[in-house]
Design a protein around this ligand. Sequence first.
Ligand code: UGA
Length: 441
Amino acid sequence: MKVTIYGSGYVGLVTGACLAEVGNHVLCVDIDPDKIARLEQGEIPIHEPGLDALVADNIAAGRLAFTLDPAEGVRHGLFQFIAVGTPPDEDGSADLSHVLAVARTIAEHLDDYRIVVNKSTVPVGTADQVRTVMADTLAQRGAPVDFDVVSNPEFLKEGAAIDDFMKPDRIIIGTDNPRTAELMRALYAPFNRNHDRVMIMDIRSAELTKYAANAMLATKISFMNELANLAEKLGADIEHVRQGMGSDPRIGYHFIYPGCGYGGSCFPKDVKALEHTARQVGFPARLLAAVEAVNHHQKTRLFDKIHAHFNGDLQGRTIALWGLAFKPNTDDMREASSRTLMEALWAAGVHVRAHDPVAMEECTRLYGSRPDLTLCQDHETALLGADALVIVTEWHVFRSPDFDLIRRRLKTPTLFDGRNLYDPQYLEDLGFAYYAIGRGR
Ligand code: UGA
Protein backbone atom coordinates (compact mmCIF):
# COMPACT_ATOMS: atom_id res chain seq x y z
CA MET A 1 0.00 0.00 0.00
CA LYS A 2 1.05 3.60 -0.44
CA VAL A 3 1.40 5.86 2.58
CA THR A 4 2.34 9.52 2.94
CA ILE A 5 3.45 10.93 6.27
CA TYR A 6 3.62 14.64 7.06
CA GLY A 7 6.16 15.48 9.76
CA SER A 8 9.47 13.63 10.01
CA GLY A 9 9.84 14.05 13.74
CA TYR A 10 9.75 11.30 16.29
CA VAL A 11 6.29 9.89 15.60
CA GLY A 12 6.40 10.43 11.83
CA LEU A 13 9.76 8.76 11.35
CA VAL A 14 8.98 5.75 13.50
CA THR A 15 5.58 5.30 11.83
CA GLY A 16 7.09 5.71 8.35
CA ALA A 17 9.99 3.34 8.91
CA CYS A 18 7.80 0.64 10.52
CA LEU A 19 5.09 0.82 7.83
CA ALA A 20 7.83 0.56 5.17
CA GLU A 21 9.44 -2.37 6.99
CA VAL A 22 6.31 -4.52 6.47
CA GLY A 23 6.28 -3.81 2.73
CA ASN A 24 4.41 -0.55 2.21
CA HIS A 25 5.75 2.30 0.08
CA VAL A 26 6.13 5.30 2.34
CA LEU A 27 6.84 8.90 1.42
CA CYS A 28 7.70 11.29 4.26
CA VAL A 29 7.03 14.99 3.72
CA ASP A 30 8.60 17.73 5.82
CA ILE A 31 8.98 21.50 5.44
CA ASP A 32 12.56 21.58 6.77
CA PRO A 33 15.00 21.25 3.81
CA ASP A 34 17.96 20.59 6.08
CA LYS A 35 16.15 17.74 7.84
CA ILE A 36 15.07 16.15 4.55
CA ALA A 37 18.60 16.40 3.11
CA ARG A 38 20.02 14.68 6.20
CA LEU A 39 17.33 11.99 6.25
CA GLU A 40 18.01 11.17 2.61
CA GLN A 41 21.60 10.45 3.67
CA GLY A 42 20.24 8.16 6.39
CA GLU A 43 21.07 10.68 9.17
CA ILE A 44 18.47 10.48 11.94
CA PRO A 45 17.87 13.68 13.93
CA ILE A 46 16.74 11.84 17.10
CA HIS A 47 18.16 9.16 19.35
CA GLU A 48 15.95 6.07 19.16
CA PRO A 49 17.44 2.57 19.38
CA GLY A 50 17.13 0.68 16.08
CA LEU A 51 15.67 3.58 14.08
CA ASP A 52 18.87 4.38 12.11
CA ALA A 53 19.13 0.85 10.75
CA LEU A 54 15.41 0.59 10.00
CA VAL A 55 15.40 3.87 8.07
CA ALA A 56 18.61 3.02 6.19
CA ASP A 57 17.40 -0.48 5.23
CA ASN A 58 14.07 0.77 3.95
CA ILE A 59 15.61 3.63 1.98
CA ALA A 60 17.97 1.09 0.39
CA ALA A 61 15.05 -1.23 -0.38
CA GLY A 62 13.24 1.64 -2.13
CA ARG A 63 10.28 1.54 0.25
CA LEU A 64 11.02 4.75 2.15
CA ALA A 65 11.66 8.15 0.62
CA PHE A 66 11.60 11.79 1.66
CA THR A 67 10.39 14.95 -0.03
CA LEU A 68 9.76 18.63 0.56
CA ASP A 69 6.99 18.65 -2.03
CA PRO A 70 3.50 18.28 -0.53
CA ALA A 71 1.91 17.90 -4.00
CA GLU A 72 4.00 14.75 -4.48
CA GLY A 73 2.92 13.64 -1.01
CA VAL A 74 -0.79 14.05 -1.77
CA ARG A 75 -0.41 12.18 -5.09
CA HIS A 76 1.50 9.31 -3.47
CA GLY A 77 -0.50 7.80 -0.63
CA LEU A 78 -4.07 6.62 -0.23
CA PHE A 79 -3.27 7.06 3.47
CA GLN A 80 -2.18 10.58 4.40
CA PHE A 81 -0.81 10.53 7.96
CA ILE A 82 -0.52 13.78 9.90
CA ALA A 83 2.31 13.36 12.41
CA VAL A 84 3.38 16.92 13.17
CA GLY A 85 3.92 18.42 16.61
CA THR A 86 1.25 19.79 18.92
CA PRO A 87 3.30 21.86 21.38
CA PRO A 88 1.48 23.27 24.42
CA ASP A 89 0.23 26.85 24.26
CA GLU A 90 0.72 29.23 27.20
CA ASP A 91 -2.56 28.06 28.76
CA GLY A 92 -1.74 24.33 28.47
CA SER A 93 -3.92 23.68 25.42
CA ALA A 94 -2.40 21.85 22.45
CA ASP A 95 -1.35 24.15 19.59
CA LEU A 96 -3.07 22.78 16.49
CA SER A 97 -1.65 25.23 13.97
CA HIS A 98 0.76 22.67 12.44
CA VAL A 99 -1.93 19.97 12.18
CA LEU A 100 -4.42 22.33 10.55
CA ALA A 101 -1.75 23.73 8.20
CA VAL A 102 -1.08 20.19 6.93
CA ALA A 103 -4.84 19.61 6.51
CA ARG A 104 -5.04 22.79 4.41
CA THR A 105 -2.02 21.77 2.33
CA ILE A 106 -3.49 18.32 1.63
CA ALA A 107 -6.78 19.90 0.51
CA GLU A 108 -4.95 22.37 -1.73
CA HIS A 109 -3.51 19.47 -3.75
CA LEU A 110 -6.28 16.88 -3.42
CA ASP A 111 -7.75 15.56 -6.67
CA ASP A 112 -8.73 12.03 -5.69
CA TYR A 113 -10.12 10.22 -2.61
CA ARG A 114 -7.70 10.07 0.33
CA ILE A 115 -7.85 8.94 3.96
CA VAL A 116 -6.40 11.59 6.26
CA VAL A 117 -5.11 9.92 9.41
CA ASN A 118 -4.44 11.95 12.55
CA LYS A 119 -1.45 10.45 14.34
CA SER A 120 -0.50 13.56 16.30
CA THR A 121 -1.82 13.75 19.86
CA VAL A 122 -4.73 16.12 19.46
CA PRO A 123 -7.66 17.20 21.64
CA VAL A 124 -11.10 15.70 21.19
CA GLY A 125 -12.79 17.43 18.30
CA THR A 126 -9.65 17.95 16.20
CA ALA A 127 -10.73 15.49 13.48
CA ASP A 128 -13.83 17.66 13.01
CA GLN A 129 -11.61 20.74 12.68
CA VAL A 130 -9.40 18.95 10.14
CA ARG A 131 -12.49 18.00 8.17
CA THR A 132 -13.82 21.58 8.24
CA VAL A 133 -10.49 23.11 7.18
CA MET A 134 -10.21 20.64 4.31
CA ALA A 135 -13.84 21.10 3.22
CA ASP A 136 -13.45 24.91 3.24
CA THR A 137 -10.22 24.74 1.23
CA LEU A 138 -11.78 22.38 -1.31
CA ALA A 139 -14.86 24.64 -1.57
CA GLN A 140 -12.61 27.65 -2.26
CA ARG A 141 -10.90 25.66 -4.99
CA GLY A 142 -14.26 24.54 -6.34
CA ALA A 143 -12.99 20.97 -6.12
CA PRO A 144 -15.62 18.57 -4.72
CA VAL A 145 -13.21 15.74 -3.86
CA ASP A 146 -14.20 13.05 -1.35
CA PHE A 147 -12.01 12.29 1.69
CA ASP A 148 -12.23 10.74 5.14
CA VAL A 149 -10.63 11.77 8.41
CA VAL A 150 -9.51 9.08 10.86
CA SER A 151 -8.11 9.31 14.38
CA ASN A 152 -5.28 6.83 14.97
CA PRO A 153 -3.36 7.87 18.11
CA GLU A 154 0.12 6.51 18.74
CA PHE A 155 1.24 4.77 21.92
CA LEU A 156 5.00 4.77 21.41
CA LYS A 157 7.44 5.02 24.30
CA GLU A 158 10.69 6.82 23.61
CA GLY A 159 13.53 4.31 23.71
CA ALA A 160 11.20 1.43 22.82
CA ALA A 161 9.28 3.00 19.94
CA ILE A 162 10.14 0.45 17.24
CA ASP A 163 9.03 -2.45 19.40
CA ASP A 164 5.89 -0.60 20.46
CA PHE A 165 4.98 0.01 16.82
CA MET A 166 5.86 -3.48 15.56
CA LYS A 167 4.22 -5.28 18.50
CA PRO A 168 1.41 -3.02 19.66
CA ASP A 169 -0.92 -3.79 22.57
CA ARG A 170 -3.72 -2.11 20.64
CA ILE A 171 -4.28 -0.17 17.45
CA ILE A 172 -6.97 2.43 17.99
CA ILE A 173 -8.89 3.57 14.93
CA GLY A 174 -11.58 6.20 15.18
CA THR A 175 -13.75 6.51 12.09
CA ASP A 176 -17.38 7.01 11.12
CA ASN A 177 -17.02 5.18 7.79
CA PRO A 178 -17.09 1.32 7.76
CA ARG A 179 -15.25 1.16 4.42
CA THR A 180 -12.41 3.33 5.77
CA ALA A 181 -12.31 1.12 8.87
CA GLU A 182 -11.67 -1.91 6.62
CA LEU A 183 -8.87 -0.13 4.73
CA MET A 184 -7.21 0.90 8.00
CA ARG A 185 -7.58 -2.67 9.27
CA ALA A 186 -5.79 -3.93 6.16
CA LEU A 187 -2.95 -1.42 6.62
CA TYR A 188 -2.41 -2.54 10.20
CA ALA A 189 -2.99 -6.29 9.64
CA PRO A 190 0.79 -7.08 9.69
CA PHE A 191 1.01 -5.82 13.26
CA ASN A 192 -1.61 -8.18 14.73
CA ARG A 193 0.27 -10.70 16.84
CA ASN A 194 -1.67 -13.74 18.05
CA HIS A 195 -4.95 -11.92 17.98
CA ASP A 196 -6.56 -8.88 16.41
CA ARG A 197 -5.17 -5.72 17.99
CA VAL A 198 -7.33 -3.32 16.01
CA MET A 199 -10.10 -1.53 17.88
CA ILE A 200 -12.53 0.42 15.78
CA MET A 201 -14.52 3.14 17.50
CA ASP A 202 -16.02 6.55 16.89
CA ILE A 203 -13.58 9.39 16.26
CA ARG A 204 -14.06 11.27 19.53
CA SER A 205 -13.58 8.15 21.65
CA ALA A 206 -10.33 7.39 19.80
CA GLU A 207 -9.09 10.93 20.41
CA LEU A 208 -9.96 10.73 24.09
CA THR A 209 -8.42 7.24 24.54
CA LYS A 210 -4.95 8.62 23.88
CA TYR A 211 -5.22 11.31 26.56
CA ALA A 212 -6.98 8.96 28.96
CA ALA A 213 -4.17 6.38 28.73
CA ASN A 214 -1.40 8.91 29.35
CA ALA A 215 -3.34 10.65 32.11
CA MET A 216 -3.93 7.29 33.83
CA LEU A 217 -0.22 6.43 33.71
CA ALA A 218 0.72 9.89 35.00
CA THR A 219 -1.85 9.47 37.78
CA LYS A 220 -0.27 6.17 38.85
CA ILE A 221 3.12 7.86 39.11
CA SER A 222 1.88 10.91 41.01
CA PHE A 223 -0.11 8.65 43.33
CA MET A 224 3.05 6.70 44.16
CA ASN A 225 5.08 9.87 44.61
CA GLU A 226 2.49 11.24 47.01
CA LEU A 227 2.60 7.93 48.92
CA ALA A 228 6.40 7.97 48.91
CA ASN A 229 6.44 11.39 50.54
CA LEU A 230 3.92 10.17 53.08
CA ALA A 231 5.99 7.02 53.74
CA GLU A 232 8.98 9.24 54.58
CA LYS A 233 6.92 11.08 57.17
CA LEU A 234 5.55 7.83 58.59
CA GLY A 235 8.86 5.95 58.70
CA ALA A 236 7.73 3.36 56.12
CA ASP A 237 9.69 2.16 53.06
CA ILE A 238 7.79 2.85 49.81
CA GLU A 239 9.67 0.06 48.02
CA HIS A 240 8.09 -2.52 50.32
CA VAL A 241 4.74 -0.79 49.91
CA ARG A 242 5.13 -0.78 46.10
CA GLN A 243 5.77 -4.50 45.99
CA GLY A 244 2.93 -5.22 48.39
CA MET A 245 0.57 -3.18 46.24
CA GLY A 246 1.79 -4.41 42.85
CA SER A 247 1.25 -8.06 43.74
CA ASP A 248 -2.49 -7.42 43.52
CA PRO A 249 -3.21 -8.14 39.84
CA ARG A 250 -5.85 -5.44 39.84
CA ILE A 251 -3.08 -2.92 40.59
CA GLY A 252 -0.09 -4.54 38.88
CA TYR A 253 3.60 -3.64 39.02
CA HIS A 254 3.75 -1.33 36.02
CA PHE A 255 4.21 2.40 36.38
CA ILE A 256 4.12 2.51 40.15
CA TYR A 257 7.78 3.43 40.58
CA PRO A 258 8.17 6.48 42.77
CA GLY A 259 10.94 8.89 41.85
CA CYS A 260 11.87 12.50 41.21
CA GLY A 261 8.87 13.11 38.94
CA TYR A 262 7.82 12.31 35.40
CA GLY A 263 9.07 14.30 32.42
CA GLY A 264 9.19 13.99 28.66
CA SER A 265 7.14 15.42 25.87
CA CYS A 266 3.97 13.46 26.60
CA PHE A 267 2.78 13.13 30.19
CA PRO A 268 3.27 16.76 31.27
CA LYS A 269 1.80 18.10 28.02
CA ASP A 270 -1.10 15.66 27.79
CA VAL A 271 -2.21 15.98 31.41
CA LYS A 272 -2.24 19.78 31.03
CA ALA A 273 -4.06 19.60 27.69
CA LEU A 274 -6.75 17.24 29.00
CA GLU A 275 -7.22 19.44 32.03
CA HIS A 276 -7.59 22.42 29.69
CA THR A 277 -10.13 20.59 27.54
CA ALA A 278 -12.09 19.69 30.67
CA ARG A 279 -12.14 23.32 31.80
CA GLN A 280 -13.29 24.40 28.35
CA VAL A 281 -16.37 22.20 28.55
CA GLY A 282 -17.15 23.44 32.06
CA PHE A 283 -15.91 20.35 33.86
CA PRO A 284 -13.08 21.07 36.30
CA ALA A 285 -10.97 17.88 36.28
CA ARG A 286 -9.79 18.01 39.89
CA LEU A 287 -7.81 14.79 39.78
CA LEU A 288 -5.81 15.88 36.73
CA ALA A 289 -4.94 19.19 38.37
CA ALA A 290 -3.68 17.26 41.41
CA VAL A 291 -1.61 14.86 39.27
CA GLU A 292 0.11 17.83 37.69
CA ALA A 293 0.64 19.65 41.01
CA VAL A 294 2.11 16.56 42.71
CA ASN A 295 4.54 16.08 39.83
CA HIS A 296 5.60 19.72 39.91
CA HIS A 297 6.37 19.38 43.60
CA GLN A 298 8.11 16.02 43.13
CA LYS A 299 10.66 17.56 40.79
CA THR A 300 11.82 19.83 43.63
CA ARG A 301 12.26 16.99 46.16
CA LEU A 302 15.90 16.22 45.36
CA PHE A 303 16.93 19.84 45.71
CA ASP A 304 15.05 20.10 49.02
CA LYS A 305 16.88 17.04 50.34
CA ILE A 306 20.26 18.41 49.22
CA HIS A 307 19.44 21.79 50.75
CA ALA A 308 18.44 20.19 54.05
CA HIS A 309 21.49 17.90 54.17
CA PHE A 310 23.87 20.84 53.79
CA ASN A 311 21.79 23.03 56.15
CA GLY A 312 21.23 25.52 53.36
CA ASP A 313 24.98 26.04 52.94
CA LEU A 314 25.21 25.41 49.19
CA GLN A 315 27.03 28.43 47.79
CA GLY A 316 30.34 27.32 46.20
CA ARG A 317 29.64 23.59 46.49
CA THR A 318 29.98 21.04 43.69
CA ILE A 319 27.39 18.36 42.93
CA ALA A 320 27.95 15.35 40.66
CA LEU A 321 24.85 14.60 38.58
CA TRP A 322 24.24 11.25 36.88
CA GLY A 323 21.56 11.38 34.22
CA LEU A 324 20.17 14.31 32.26
CA ALA A 325 17.57 12.67 30.00
CA PHE A 326 13.97 12.43 31.27
CA LYS A 327 14.36 8.65 31.23
CA PRO A 328 16.96 6.09 30.01
CA ASN A 329 17.57 5.27 26.32
CA THR A 330 16.76 8.72 25.03
CA ASP A 331 18.56 12.05 24.73
CA ASP A 332 15.29 13.91 25.31
CA MET A 333 15.47 16.46 28.13
CA ARG A 334 12.03 17.98 27.69
CA GLU A 335 10.50 18.59 31.13
CA ALA A 336 13.28 16.43 32.63
CA SER A 337 13.67 16.43 36.41
CA SER A 338 17.39 17.07 35.87
CA ARG A 339 16.53 20.53 34.57
CA THR A 340 14.48 21.54 37.62
CA LEU A 341 17.31 20.28 39.80
CA MET A 342 20.18 21.91 37.90
CA GLU A 343 18.38 25.24 37.68
CA ALA A 344 17.73 25.22 41.45
CA LEU A 345 21.35 24.23 42.15
CA TRP A 346 22.71 26.98 39.92
CA ALA A 347 20.43 29.54 41.58
CA ALA A 348 21.93 28.45 44.93
CA GLY A 349 25.51 28.94 43.64
CA VAL A 350 26.34 25.25 43.10
CA HIS A 351 28.65 23.94 40.39
CA VAL A 352 27.24 20.88 38.59
CA ARG A 353 29.47 18.14 37.14
CA ALA A 354 27.09 16.10 34.98
CA HIS A 355 27.22 12.98 32.86
CA ASP A 356 24.60 11.30 30.70
CA PRO A 357 25.33 8.45 28.26
CA VAL A 358 23.56 10.23 25.37
CA ALA A 359 21.97 13.54 26.41
CA MET A 360 25.06 15.76 26.83
CA GLU A 361 24.82 17.30 23.37
CA GLU A 362 21.18 18.08 24.08
CA CYS A 363 22.19 19.66 27.40
CA THR A 364 24.68 21.91 25.58
CA ARG A 365 22.01 22.82 23.07
CA LEU A 366 19.68 23.84 25.89
CA TYR A 367 22.07 25.57 28.27
CA GLY A 368 25.13 26.42 26.15
CA SER A 369 28.44 26.42 27.95
CA ARG A 370 28.20 27.99 31.37
CA PRO A 371 30.79 28.36 34.13
CA ASP A 372 28.72 26.46 36.70
CA LEU A 373 28.27 23.36 34.50
CA THR A 374 30.93 20.80 33.55
CA LEU A 375 29.83 17.97 31.27
CA CYS A 376 32.07 14.97 32.01
CA GLN A 377 32.92 12.24 29.51
CA ASP A 378 31.99 9.46 31.95
CA HIS A 379 30.03 9.12 35.16
CA GLU A 380 33.08 8.36 37.28
CA THR A 381 34.89 11.54 36.20
CA ALA A 382 31.83 13.54 37.22
CA LEU A 383 32.51 12.54 40.85
CA LEU A 384 35.89 14.29 41.11
CA GLY A 385 35.85 16.96 43.80
CA ALA A 386 32.07 16.84 44.30
CA ASP A 387 30.42 17.21 47.70
CA ALA A 388 27.71 14.70 46.82
CA LEU A 389 26.32 12.55 44.01
CA VAL A 390 22.75 12.87 42.72
CA ILE A 391 21.12 10.32 40.40
CA VAL A 392 18.21 11.50 38.29
CA THR A 393 17.98 8.97 35.43
CA GLU A 394 18.11 5.20 35.93
CA TRP A 395 20.48 4.30 33.07
CA HIS A 396 21.65 0.65 33.30
CA VAL A 397 25.26 1.71 33.78
CA PHE A 398 24.35 3.45 37.07
CA ARG A 399 22.69 0.37 38.57
CA SER A 400 25.77 -1.33 39.93
CA PRO A 401 28.47 1.31 40.26
CA ASP A 402 31.84 1.04 42.00
CA PHE A 403 30.79 2.33 45.42
CA ASP A 404 34.38 2.33 46.70
CA LEU A 405 35.38 4.66 43.91
CA ILE A 406 32.37 6.88 44.56
CA ARG A 407 33.32 7.08 48.23
CA ARG A 408 36.95 7.90 47.42
CA ARG A 409 36.11 10.54 44.82
CA LEU A 410 33.42 12.44 46.69
CA LYS A 411 34.49 14.89 49.41
CA THR A 412 31.98 13.20 51.71
CA PRO A 413 30.13 9.98 50.82
CA THR A 414 26.70 11.46 50.23
CA LEU A 415 24.28 10.07 47.68
CA PHE A 416 20.86 11.38 46.64
CA ASP A 417 19.05 8.76 44.59
CA GLY A 418 16.02 10.07 42.66
CA ARG A 419 15.17 6.60 41.27
CA ASN A 420 15.55 4.27 44.27
CA LEU A 421 18.27 2.17 42.66
CA TYR A 422 20.07 0.88 45.74
CA ASP A 423 19.47 -0.86 49.04
CA PRO A 424 19.56 1.82 51.78
CA GLN A 425 20.99 -0.57 54.37
CA TYR A 426 23.82 -1.66 52.06
CA LEU A 427 24.73 1.96 51.29
CA GLU A 428 24.62 2.93 54.95
CA ASP A 429 26.85 -0.05 55.84
CA LEU A 430 29.32 1.28 53.27
CA GLY A 431 29.34 4.57 55.14
CA PHE A 432 27.16 6.62 52.80
CA ALA A 433 24.64 9.21 53.81
CA TYR A 434 22.00 7.82 51.44
CA TYR A 435 18.82 9.64 50.53
CA ALA A 436 16.21 8.01 48.29
CA ILE A 437 12.52 8.72 47.60
CA GLY A 438 10.10 7.46 50.23
CA ARG A 439 12.65 5.32 52.05
CA GLY A 440 13.32 6.76 55.47
CA ARG A 441 14.89 10.08 54.45
C1 UGA B 1 4.58 7.90 27.32
C2 UGA B 1 3.67 6.63 27.37
O1 UGA B 1 4.26 5.66 28.23
C3 UGA B 1 3.48 6.05 25.97
O2 UGA B 1 2.58 4.96 26.03
C4 UGA B 1 2.89 7.15 25.06
O3 UGA B 1 2.70 6.70 23.74
C5 UGA B 1 3.85 8.33 25.04
O4 UGA B 1 4.01 8.83 26.38
C6 UGA B 1 3.27 9.39 24.12
O5 UGA B 1 2.21 9.94 24.44
O6 UGA B 1 3.83 9.62 23.05
P1 UGA B 1 7.24 8.33 27.21
O7 UGA B 1 6.89 9.77 27.50
O8 UGA B 1 8.17 8.04 26.10
O9 UGA B 1 5.89 7.50 26.89
O10 UGA B 1 7.90 7.74 28.51
P2 UGA B 1 7.50 6.78 29.72
O11 UGA B 1 8.30 5.55 29.65
O12 UGA B 1 6.05 6.62 29.82
O13 UGA B 1 8.02 7.62 30.97
C7 UGA B 1 7.51 8.92 31.28
C8 UGA B 1 8.09 9.44 32.57
O14 UGA B 1 7.51 8.78 33.69
C9 UGA B 1 9.61 9.30 32.73
O15 UGA B 1 10.13 10.51 33.24
C10 UGA B 1 9.75 8.18 33.74
O16 UGA B 1 10.93 8.29 34.49
C11 UGA B 1 8.53 8.39 34.61
N1 UGA B 1 8.07 7.18 35.32
C12 UGA B 1 7.61 6.11 34.62
C13 UGA B 1 8.08 7.15 36.71
O17 UGA B 1 8.48 8.13 37.38
N2 UGA B 1 7.61 6.03 37.34
C14 UGA B 1 7.14 4.95 36.69
O18 UGA B 1 6.72 3.97 37.35
C15 UGA B 1 7.16 4.99 35.27
